[in-house]
Each structure stands twice: as C-alpha cells, then as structure tokens.
Design a protein around this ligand. Structure first.
Ligand code: SF4
Length: 351
C-alpha cells in the first residue's frame, strides 16, 4: 500500500471512526492503561459485551496502580461472565508487574511490553501504536481478513499468518500509526466484514486484489478445524432452605482457575451415565436430576453438564466439603462465577 492508500484509509477514518468507550476523541491519544485494558477484554469477546465491563473496571480501578492493589478475587468477580478467565489473572499479574517494574507506567519498548504477563505480539503492537503512536502493526482477526483480501492471499489460515503479518507490517505508515491501526480495525469491523463485505463504500476498493478477482467473500481461507471433543459431567447444586448455594473455589491453575463453582463430577469424554456420576456427589443428600443439559463451549472442548439439585437439611453439610461455603442469592452476583456455573445454577432453580 502506498501512502496514498494509507491517506485514503485515514481520511475515511476521520469521517467514519466508531465511537468506543475506550477511544480518545479525534486528535488525542488513549492512555496506555486504557488501551491495554480494552484490548485484553476484547480478546475473544465482542465490543458490545466489553463496553459495560470496561466502564465498570475503569470506574473502580481508574489507574494501573489501583488495579495492581486490588485483591485478585475482586478482579475475578468483576470479570465473571467475560470468559477466558486466564485473561483476568494475567490482567492482575500484569498490573502488578507494571506497578513494580515500571513505576506504574507502561513501557513503549516492544520487548519490555511482551515481557509482561498476558501481553502477546498483538496487544504489544496495539499499545505501541494506539497509546504511543509508534509504527507498529497490530493484526487481529479483523485486520487479518482485510489484509488477506487486499493482497488476495489464498493460503489458508493458520499457514497464511506469516504472509499476512508481513504484508500488514509493510503497509503501516510512518505518520498517524495509532489512527491507522484503529482505522484498520474499524474497516474490518464495519466494512470489510466476514460476510458480504461492503466493497462499494470501501476506501481501499481501488487497490483490493480480492475484489478485482471476485473472491473477496471467500477470503481468508481456513484449514478445516479438528472437531472439538465433548466432555460430560454432573454438577451438584446444593441449596439451603433460604436458597443459599454451596460454592467452592477451583484450583488457581488451569481451566477457570481461581473461579467459584458448584461441585461436580469430573468432566470426561466418552460414555456418561448420570446414575454413576451421582456417586461423585460431594455430600449425602436426596439429589434430583433436572431435565435437560447445560451446554457450554470452551476453547478446546464442548461441555455438557447434567444438573442435580438437593436441599440441605443442615448448615453443617458445608463442613464435609473442605474449601466450600454457602453463598446467599443476593451475593451471587458478586462472586467470581463463570458463565457455565451461572447456567448450572439457573437450571437448578427451574422446578
Ligand atoms: Fe474488503 Fe471489499 Fe474493501 Fe477489499 S474492497 S478491503 S474486500 S471491503
């Protein structure tokens, strides 16, 4: 792309830029803390979902130091529902590292940024470009699609990644690198969409090779994905007479690390018999199996949970389960409950 093309994109951006909660007004730069926070939240999550979380986080923790001082549990609870919880743990670890190693200021240097927890090449480039206006190439899924089309790259992803990243880096202009990065993101999100790209109104249509070849909508190509396995298990919702539910904390490491959950049988692939899984009940009680399943998809597998519910006859049942505690319904929203567990609790409360 010549400067002419970068200029066209920037002119389009000046007129059509999206208003986003984390985006500074035209001509100003978003501070690194806010770029970083929004970019971490936006990984695997839509702009629409992130908005409210972002506003709540910034209100509660207006600076990276404030976030660094927060207890991890508070951060995990505030994150609950956004999914991919390793991001929340890394977010907290990263805030601490910025406070400790860099005196509360995000570094500009790529290597220093990438040495921080949870910051990969994309986030480092986004921070460098958007917060510091440095010439850095931030390639997310949207930008990947735009570049694959502009250059008519027909190699399927993920093999095409290197080619796409090299092309993307060559196109970044020396001036207004931050606006350029955001313009590419906006173009991918609003014009060069996965289906039915709006080529007629695209500022880059003149130089788009895929458009010329009539293959825009078919790009980027993807190698067929291996099917995700399905794991199954039985979740146990033990409720006290006042509706309080028994929750325990998951181990800090691994899937949904440090989050709250109701106890469940192990989640396994293969044959699953509910009656057998009842043997894994955390405490003796009269368990009722609810109709239907709770389904949830994680990065590497689908999960199908049957749900058993019982009413506890005594408060002391919690003692049988180390690390567990009753949570009253009014406090449920404040707990670090992942979406799958909220679905389980919802299912248990249907009579
Ligand atoms: Fe995407 Fe069409 Fe623009 Fe090419 S012309 S970049 S395919 S919207």
């Amino acid at each position: 792309m010549t400067m002419t093309h970068a200029s066209r994109l920037l002119a389009w951006y000046d007129r059509h830029r999206r208003t986003l909660p984390w985006r500074a007004p035209s001509g100003e730069r978003t501070p690194p803390y806010l770029v970083w926070l929004s970019e971490i939240m936006l990984q695997q999550t839509t702009v629409a979902t992130v908005g409210d979380y972002y506003r709540r986080f910034v209100k509660r923790w207006p600076t990276v130091e404030a976030l660094a001082e927060a207890p991890l549990d508070d951060v995990l609870s505030a994150w609950a529902g956004l999914g991919y919880y390793a991001r929340a743990r890394n977010l907290h670890a990263c805030a601490r590292a910025v406070a400790d190693r860099h005196g509360g200021h995000f570094p500009e240097d790529e290597a220093a940024l990438r040495a921080l927890p949870g910051i990969g090449p994309y986030t480092a480039a986004a921070i460098r470009a958007i917060a510091f206006d440095l010439k850095a190439s931030a390639v997310d899924g949207n930008v990947e699609r735009v570049i694959a089309r502009l250059e008519a790259i027909e190699t399927p992803l993920p093999d095409a990644k290197i080619e796409i990243h090299l092309s993307a880096a060559e196109l970044v202009p020396a001036q207004r690198a931050g606006d350029y990065a955001q313009a590419m993101m906006d173009l991918g999100a609003t014009v060069c969409t996965p289906r039915k790209p709006l080529c007629v109104i695209c500022p880059l249509s003149r130089s788009c090779r895929a458009l010329k070849l009539g293959i825009a909508e078919t790009l980027p190509r993807r190698s067929p994905k291996a099917a995700k396995p399905t794991r199954r298990g039985l979740a146990f919702v033990l409720a006290r007479k006042d509706g309080a539910i028994l929750l325990r904390k998951r181990p800090t490491k691994g899937l949904l690390g440090g989050m709250d959950e109701v106890p469940s049988s192990p989640w396994r692939e293969g044959k699953f018999i509910v009656a057998d899984a009842l043997g894994d009940a955390p405490v003796p009680a009269r368990w009722t199996i609810m109709d239907g399943l709770v389904r949830h998809t994680f990065t590497h597998f689908h999960l199908e949970l049957s749900v058993a519910r019982a009413t506890a006859t005594t408060d002391r049942l919690a003692r049988l389960l180390p690390g567990s505690a009753w949570c009253t319904l009014d406090l449920l929203d404040e707990r670090a409950l992942p979406t799958v567990m909220r679905k389980v609790i919802e299912k248990a409360s249907l009579s």
